[in-house]
Design a protein around this ligand. Structure first.
Ligand SMILES: [Zn+2]
Length: 255
């Protein structure tokens, strides 16, 4: 039996198959759906441009024997700047790998929202944020949505809300202040107040305000270092797409 459904989603992976087909992963409110689009790479195919990686659109699907097939599609946002900026494209590929790796059976509409907001703040002329900031917000919020949020409310020892010298502790998933810290270990990161506030924003802010802050210089560097190490420790190993992203950033001149 066939059923038809219309879903909004973001293409997070595409793979050519056969002579003219494509199989793509669509991140939707209800999780990832793998969809076959037959004949889509034929010359003149109407939907070829829509079924491209990192296109957000509306997709009409047919479900048959537990599989999804594409009937039609319309793009809503194609995040064009990603096609011309290698570093941003590499970062989006890292986000995609993280989402696919941490997928659960539960519907998680926040993950689609997080991905779309991150792509928007990577590419939009007016709302653009530094790549390191977008990456850190994505990493910390993803791990929060998955149930592994760090506790950054106050120093775990003296309960000071905003200490002069905060220390973010990766192994303990919390924070402490320099006055209370007896000895720092390798997984303790002393940070500025601005870096702490950035990390708090990524973990606790409503989605409307997730990127509504500016952080730069040493504070941005500390925030980014903390987010990457915190997430990588929870996942257990650095992903290939993360290594690729860093190799690329090291190689290309700063923009
Ligand atoms: Zn303290």
């Amino acid at each position: 039996m066939q059923t038809h459904l219309t879903v909004k989603g973001l293409v997070i992976r595409e793979t050519a198959y056969g002579e003219t087909g494509v199989i793509f992963d669509l991140l939707t409110d209800s999780g990832i759906r793998t969809v076959s689009a037959q004949g889509i790479r034929k010359a003149g195919s109407k939907y070829a441009a829509v079924v491209q990686i990192f296109t957000y659109g509306e997709f009409c699907l047919r479900q048959s024997s537990g599989r999804y097939y594409l009937d039609s599609a319309a793009a809503i946002n194609q995040f064009y700047a990603l096609r011309t900026e290698l570093e941003s494209l590499a970062l989006a590929s890292y986000f995609s790998e993280l989402i696919r790796l941490t997928e659960t059976d539960q519907p998680q509409p926040e993950l689609l929202r997080l991905f779309l907001l991150s792509l928007f703040h990577l590419t939009d002329e007016k709302q653009r944020r530094p790549r390191a900031q977008v990456k850190a917000v994505f990493e910390l919020r993803l791990i929060t949505e998955l149930g592994y949020a760090p506790n950054l409310l106050c120093c775990m020892s003296c309960l000071t809300y905003l200490p002069e010298e905060p220390v973010l502790r990766i192994a303990e998933s919390d924070m402490i202040c320099m006055n209370c810290a007896e000895e720092l270990s390798e997984t303790d990161i002393p940070v500025t107040k601005a870096a702490l506030l950035a990390a708090r924003n990524a973990v606790y802010a409503d989605y409307e305000k997730l990127f509504a802050f500016r952080v730069s210089g040493e504070s941005l560097h500390q925030f980014a270092d903390y987010a990457e190490r915190y997430l990588t420790r929870r996942i257990g190993y650095p992903l290939p797409t993360l290594k690729y992203y860093h190799a690329l950033v090291d190689m290309l001149p700063a923009t």
